[in-house]
Ligand binder design. Sequence first.
Ligand code: SF4
Length: 382
Amino acid sequence: MPRSAETGKGKPYLVGMSRAELAHWLEMLGESPQAAWLRARQLFHWLYARGASTPAAMTSLPKDLRRVIEENADVARPGIVAEQTAADGTRKWLLRLRDGKEVETVFIPEDDRAALCVSTQVGCSLSCKFCHTGTMRLARNLTAGEILAQILVVRDVLGDWPSPREGRRLTNVVIMGMGEPLLNYREVAAAFRIVIDGEGIGISRRRITLSTSGVVPRIEPWGRELGTGLAISLHAVRDDLRDELVPINRKWPIAELLDACRRYPVRRPVTFEYVMLRGVNDSDADARELVRLLRGLAAKVNLIPFNSWPGAPFRCSTPERIRSFASIVEAAGYPSPVRSPRGRDILAACGQLKTALARPVPTAVPPADAAVREPSPAPLSV
Ligand code: SF4
């Protein structure tokens, strides 16, 4: 039975299923192939375009079918454990999943757009030195349903259903929360096929950005398949320093990472995230080396003043240092906005996410529905 992952009830979780998976599930319940496809399309619309969170709300489905769904499946949202709103309007929710694990998702409203920063793993295995999430261990990958549920929950809270798409408040998604998305490729890709589907969540791929710390072999496949914008957590311009700050660099060093960016098949500038750490990576020489590395790439550099967290081993660069660094990068033709930290007061800013789940946790648990997904890219050891 597809998508029984982490329901805690033994029932399949329909959120996260594609049309084909929904049709397969309906056929297993006794629908003819033709009827299953028709109903799967309706179900898909109710789940993702209309945001139905109970079978009873799916009023265009026959009553009998709604009862069958009620008895045999789960479409409920994860529970909201906590919600915080920062002085600048940034909102952060802690969601409890069916197995009791928790993830954070962050809503960042701006003047002309509003982005949701979604998580893709519970914890993270990569231990980037400046990142609070990196001090947690990896508990497990999120399923496609758990990734999508973050968007659905936030649309519920914002009252973002079923207004016309152009009027929706949540306009953009950044895949930049807890976890390294390209180490959970299959589930993240399954979720985002539904996000970009015009009959699904319906957010254009142009309004979605995937942020990776540098899982090089999966960057180009993601671009070919999902076609979203790309952001790279760079943070250092020398391998010896990046090996320390972003340890995945030991496996895929800067030159290989930049080659992958040059091959990225989406014609949009690549965004490079660069956290400003006082006396560590913020010299004028670092800025000049960054310019040299980016030569020939359509790129933009986001300079992120370091967002501290309890026990953090770094301090933020001074404003003068950040200005000097930015002016060198700008002078070379690369936009380099200094990102004003959002939600700092509620630990919702970049690199600050961490749930109470700091206690020891088991190592990665694959989703129980692994058999119904397309094959994953070859396993990577990092
Ligand atoms: S920056 Fe991203 S990849 Fe690195 S530890 Fe934090 S969540 Fe993981």
